[in-house]
Design a protein around this ligand. Structure first.
Ligand code: ZN
Ligand code: ZN
Length: 342
């Protein structure tokens, strides 16, 4: 089968002909990929940022935002059958550890992360497990929803965590209205009555954010921290959801957060340098976010099937993965780039 593999850091991935994955365990599931999202994390993987965490031997197949149709199942799989339309939680988990039993899939003690720690879904077929499969309405087109598997669940997870803080009369700032941010805006609009301010460099991304539920938009032009202060009577926001968190956005996000407010780090790559005096005197919180739980993905799919969250996508053939990554890197993708095997 065709697959998009990283061979060397700092070099574009290569389209290779590789063997199809095989069922080896009773709970294995092989999915025929219908869509694989292209993510900023793929750029960060290529930059070598994840190497120290994962140490995954090269070459391997990228792609951690996957949806498709069940192609083959192991002998003990009962929750899905061949032909089912599925979206995949990014981490196949053991279901047995403390974190799994608490529903906290991302902190499973025995999980894999296809696309980061093992072969991912930028290919014709992907090996996953029964526990990672969320069964969808058969009318759903995998390419329309694939990016909800990571971009979507990550945005939803952060918004859902912040919900108790977002009572009516509060303000939430969304930094970055790209792949994750444009989903975050829709989740905020669907689940809360908070006042939504969206900050982005790109006026077109802000136009999209307005259509999706932003109450105010602010161009990130160097005066944006002041602009957010002006929109919040000089106080700053109750919640800042930072979908960028690099290239200076992280300090802007912290500085837009009001007293007793919470700064949610969702994007990454930058460094936050904050005097501890500022943390205690203002009682501001910094909150980390990594993907989300299986149940959150299932909830998000219910929102999507109700038409309350729509992914804006641009599709590319699987073999055009290097172009899709270059377009993402250059800021030429509105919403999300999706690879579709021919
Ligand atoms: Zn991703
Ligand atoms: Zn576990």
């Amino acid at each position: 089968m065709k697959a998009v593999r990283i061979h060397k850091f700092h070099e574009p991935p290569v389209i290779d002909e590789v063997a199809e994955p095989k069922i080896t365990g009773p709970l294995d599931v092989i999915v025929k990929i219908g869509g694989a999202g292209v993510c900023r994390t793929d750029l960060h993987i290529i930059e070598g940022q994840w190497d120290s965490r994962m140490g995954t031997p090269l070459p391997y197949i990228l792609g951690h935002e996957n949806a498709g149709w069940v192609h083959e199942v192991g002998s003990a799989v009962t929750n899905v059958a061949v032909g089912d339309t599925v979206i995949l939680h990014p981490t196949p988990t053991d279901g047995l550890c403390h974190a799994c039993r608490a529903g906290d899939d991302m902190h499973c003690e025995n999980s894999t992360f296809p696309g980061l720690s093992t072969d991912g879904g930028m290919a014709e077929y992907l090996l996953t497990s029964a526990r990672a499969c969320v069964k969808l309405d058969p009318k759903t087109q995998p390419k329309d929803v694939a990016a909800l598997a990571d971009a979507g669940i990550t945005a939803y997870h952060a918004v859902r965590k912040a919900l108790p803080l977002l009572y009516p009369g509060t303000t939430a700032v969304v930094i970055g209205a790209g792949g994750l941010g444009h989903i975050g805006v829709q989740c905020l609009a669907a689940l809360s009555a908070t006042n939504i301010i969206v900050v982005d460099r790109n006026p077109e991304a802000l136009k999209l954010a307005e259509q999706l539920g932003a109450d105010h938009t602010v161009v990130a032009d160097g005066r944006h921290v002041d602009a957010v202060k002006d929109l919040t009577n000089g106080k700053g926001a109750h919640v800042v959801l930072d979908f960028v968190a690099e290239q200076g956005a992280e300090m802007d996000g912290w500085n837009m957060t009001g007293a007793a407010g919470s700064y949610y780090v969702i994007g990454y790559g930058g460094t936050l340098t904050v005097p501890t005096l500022d943390i205690i005197s203002t009682e501001r919180n910094v909150i980390g976010n990594i993907v989300g739980t299986y149940n959150e993905l299932a909830e998000l799919m219910a929102l999507a099937e109700a038409g309350k969250v729509t992914l804006h996508t641009r599709t590319y053939p699987l073999t055009a993965a290097p172009d899709a990554l270059a377009d993402l890197d250059a800021g030429r993708v509105r919403g999300r780039a999706i690879l579709v095997p021919e």
